[in-house]
Design a protein around this ligand. Structure first.
Ligand code: SF4
Length: 227
């Protein structure tokens, strides 16, 4: 499979945030979100076998731990990524899969925790979530909405309520988008939607969701890759 990078850091944007985690970042994406901070994954990378990826994960986190399969869009390489996830589970790892949910998810092993990033209108990739994927969600999974405007918030809230997401998954996350050229200050000034404003909307609406912040962007320079 085509891999952009494999590295160890802290998980940054789910209920697993703050835990040490090995990231396996696959190359290629079929979407073009306006605020994408992973454009360097769109091409390049290097071919690696499942065995080579397993060996690298084992080197970075011997004996188990958290592994996140991400991208780009990892499910574009479903034929290889599904056996990879099965192997990592068999090796004793807890596996997270970050995906937009635009590709079918029914072949993802049930033990894998899916973090599904449903695209909102202002992402430029709205309407790409495959509604049939709701049937593949379990109470271990998480749904994330990355928000850059009030319209995005209203979409996310309506989608959450209409599909009763709070009862279907472990967590529904509302997360402000970060400016993709952000660099320097490690604070919320780079957020395209003020977290305080989002918090106040969520409180006023009793939103059945939790506010998420991209932890790694408050720890390291937001422009830094591989963290
Ligand atoms: S789905 Fe992810 S990697 Fe692809 S364009 Fe959107 S933010 Fe970037």
């Amino acid at each position: 499979m085509q891999i952009t990078e494999i590295y160890k850091s802290l998980q940054g944007e789910s209920t697993y945030a703050g835990l040490p985690c090995v990231f396996v970042r696959l190359t290629g994406c079929n979407l073009r979100c306006t605020w994408c901070d992973s454009e360097y994954t769109f091409q390049g990378g290097r071919k690696m076998t499942i065995e080579e990826v397993r060996d690298e994960v084992a080197r970075l986190s011997p004996g188990g731990g958290l592994v996140e399969i991400t991208g780009g869009e990892p499910m574009l390489q479903e034929r290889e990524v599904v056996p990879l996830m099965q192997s990592l589970l068999a090796d004793g790892y807890q596996v997270l899969l970050e995906t937009s949910g635009e590709r079918p998810l029914e072949r993802v092993p049930k033990e894998v925790i899916k973090i599904v990033d449903v695209k909102c209108p202002n992402s430029g990739a709205g309407d790409t979530f495959r509604v049939e994927n709701l049937r593949s969600l379990t109470l271990r999974d998480e749904i994330k909405f990355v928000l850059s405007s009030r319209a995005d918030y209203e979409f996310a809230l309506e989608f959450t309520l209409r599909n009763d997401l709070a009862a279907r998954v472990n967590a529904v996350l509302f997360s402000p988008a970060f400016r993709k050229d952000a660099t320097g200050a490690r604070d919320s000034s780079h957020c395209l939607l003020d977290p305080r404003e989002l918090a106040e909307w969520m409180i006023a609406d009793h939103a059945p969701a939790r506010l998420g912040l991209q932890l790694h962007k408050f720890i390291w320079d937001p422009a830094l890759k591989g963290v």
